[in-house]
Write a new protein. Sequence first.
Length: 218
Amino acid sequence: MKKSKVIGLILSASAMLSGCGSVNNALAEKSTTVEYYRIFNVETNSNRSAVIKAASNGLGRNINSANESTPIPNFSTPPEQSGRFHLVNPFAGSNMASLAAANGVSLKIATCDGAVWVAQATREIQDSSTLKLTSCLWQYKNGYHLDVYASFNKQTGGLMQISRSLSDAMVGTSEEWTEKTFLDIVREIRKETGAKITYLEGYPEMHGTPWLDTEKNI
C-alpha cells in the first residue's frame, strides 16, 4: 500500500467536505444493494467430475463457507442448449419484501434448475456486510456454462466514509473481491482442465479477458 495513495484519499475526502452541499451529501448515510452476475462458456472435453472439482476449488479460495450440491443429471446425453440461472424473490408481495426494499436489502435468490453443480457461498466483507454468491454449472453438448451471481449491501457516506476509503485502498473494495471470486473459479477450471473460457454476458459489463491475466492478490 503506497503512502501517496492514502494521502490522496485523505485529500480527496477533505475536498469533498469543503462545500456546503458536499458536506450534506457526504454526511448522508446510504445503503445500496449491489448485484453482479457473469455467464461463461467452458469449452472442454474433461469429464463432469473434473470440472466440478476445479470449480469448487476456485470458489474455496475466497469464501468463508459454502453449501455445494451435485444433483443427478436429468439427461442421459447432454442437451443441445445450456440452462441459465433465474432470479426469484420467495417473499414477493409480502410485508417482509416491502420492509427489505425500504432498507435497501435484496431478497432475491438465484435458482439453478438442471445444473450439475450448485454452490451457495458467503464471505464476510467490510462494514459487517455479507457477500452472498451462487454458482451454477450446466453441462451441454459443447461443454459447460458457468453462471455466477452475487449480491451485497454497501454502506457509503457518513462519518465512517474516510475510514472505509482507507480500508478499500489497503484490502480492496467489495466490488473487487466479488470480481476476484468469480474469476478465480474460471481460472481454476482453466488451469485444471485446459478449457477454453469465453465470457458471454454479465452485469456490470466486463471487458477484456481478466481470467487470462496474471493473478493479483487483493
